[in-house]
Design a protein around this ligand. Structure first.
Ligand code: HOZ
Length: 425
């Protein structure tokens, strides 16, 4: 350990954290273990910047893993939280804002006819799968290698994000009796999906997919791939669940389903609809959602679901996103970064959609989890450490996506490109 590391406040806090929190962090990826660094403890954030406890400033490309699309401390979001705060923080009873939020989501994502608020993306995906199982009276689900749908037992099979980052293929503690009901197959491979359906046609309750994979790095769906997934689900009577925790209200106002014009049966949403407060939601076809208790028999509950503060922040965020020019601007900023990074190195693949970007160190394009796993993660780690030194806070794993906000300036982007140039030397 270097003397410099010992001297930092961040290091001192990390030493205390390790004594009382497993690994010193409350979510594994931020530990920065896979990039050979210690976590940086943040003090505050503003706009597109993060400031650590040692007074260093970073251009932020984590954006709380998606929700900070308007930038940190957006005035409209802060104002909504401050106003609501004065009325109380949790009622354990319904509030008006939950209804406004539900109406807004149904309007902006028309495949969602009814929606239930929860507290995280994990809650949304596990509830959606339970609902699909009840609706179809079937038990098996199909997911895709390298997709990550939170940490419920059913999803911890060949999952991306932290599991891929730490090289955990499936977690101890997730009972085999549960995980054997999950078939994980390669993404972007229509033949593999056809084969899985042929082998288990009457057993598949649901297909759950990140329509744009953000948890293996960024991987785009091949042309017509998502429409094939849609057709096969319809043909075999399986519920199609889009996990739009990362892509919802980001890659387009209506999410990936709007970008690719595919109508899933159910959609899972996460942190972006809470403006940075803990939240999630699942919704979709009315005939399916009506099975949720108390309207139907499928049980799912939560004291903090529809929490007034989270609703207020989320409504303010979603309303701000509806402003004219939001998505063209996000697209422009993302393209400026992607174009600047492309061509810096022959061994760096740059993938982007509006608001999200991924880099892989490979001479070949990355189209699925297998090709992502073959990339040079050691080189990624080296570049990541150099970027941090230069004031760029990039997601600390090749198996994650970078998030671009509406307040990253041209200057931020150009400085990031320069930082990459130096880091790649
Ligand atoms: N699973 C999150 C991103 N896909 C990372 C959460 C974190 O470590 O904070």
């Amino acid at each position: 350990m270097s003397t410099a590391a010992v001297a930092t406040r961040s290091h001192q806090i990390f030493e205390r954290a390790k004594l009382v929190i497993p690994g010193g962090v409350n979510s594994p990826v931020r530990s920065c273990k896979s990039v050979g660094a210690e976590p940086t403890f943040m003090d505050h954030a503003d706009g597109a910047s993060l400031f650590d406890v040692d007074g260093n400033k970073y251009i932020d490309y984590v954006g709380s893993w998606g929700p900070m699309i308007l930038g940190h401390r957006h005035p409209r979001v802060l104002e909504a939280i401050e106003t609501t705060l004065k009325q109380g923080t949790s009622f354990g009873a319904p509030c008006r804002a939950e209804v406004e939020m539900a109406e807004l989501i149904c309007k902006l994502m028309p495949s969602i006819e009814m929606v239930r608020m929860v507290n995280s993306g994990t809650e949304a995906t596990m509830s959606a799968v339970r609902l699909a199982r009840a609706f179809t009276k079937r038990s098996m689900i199909i997911k895709f290698d390298g997709c990550y749908h939170g940490h419920a037992d059913s999803f911890l099979v060949k999952a991306g994000s932290g599991l891929a980052t730490l090289g955990i293929s499936s977690s101890p503690g997730a009972p085999e009796e549960i995980t054997k009901l999950t078939l994980s197959i390669p993404f972007n491979d229509p033949a593999a999906l056809k084969k899985a359906f042929e082998a288990h046609s009457k057993e598949i309750a649901a297909v759950i997919i990140e329509p744009i994979v953000g948890n293996s790095g960024l991987i785009l769906p091949a042309e017509n791939y998502l429409s094939t997934v849609r057709e096969l689900c319809t043909e075999h009577g399986a519920v199609l669940i889009f996990d739009e925790v990362m892509t919802g209200f980001r890659v387009a106002l209506g999410g990936a389903q709007d970008r690719y014009k595919i109508k899933p049966d159910l959609t899972c949403l996460g942190k972006i609809i809470g403006g940075g407060l803990p939240v999630g939601a699942y919704g979709g076809r009315k005939d399916i959602m009506q099975m949720v208790a108390p309207e139907g028999p499928v049980y799912q509950a939560g004291t903090l679901s529809g929490n007034p503060l989270a609703m207020a922040a989320g409504i303010a965020q979603l309303k701000s996103l509806q402003t004219h020019g939001t998505y063209p601007h996000l697209e422009q900023t993302t393209s400026r970064l992607a174009d600047g990074l492309k061509g810096l190195s022959k061994s760096m693949q740059v993938v982007s959609v509006p608001g999200m970007l991924g880099v892989f160190f490979s001479s070949k394009p990355v189209t699925d989890f297998e090709s992502a796993q073959k990339c040079d993660t050691e080189h990624f780690a080296k570049v990541w450490r150099a970027l941090l030194e230069k004031g760029v806070y990039w997601p600390p794993s090749q198996f994650e996506s970078a998030f671009i906000s509406l307040v990253h300036t041209k200057n931020d982007i150009d400085n990031t490109i320069e930082a990459f140039k130096d880091a790649l030397k």
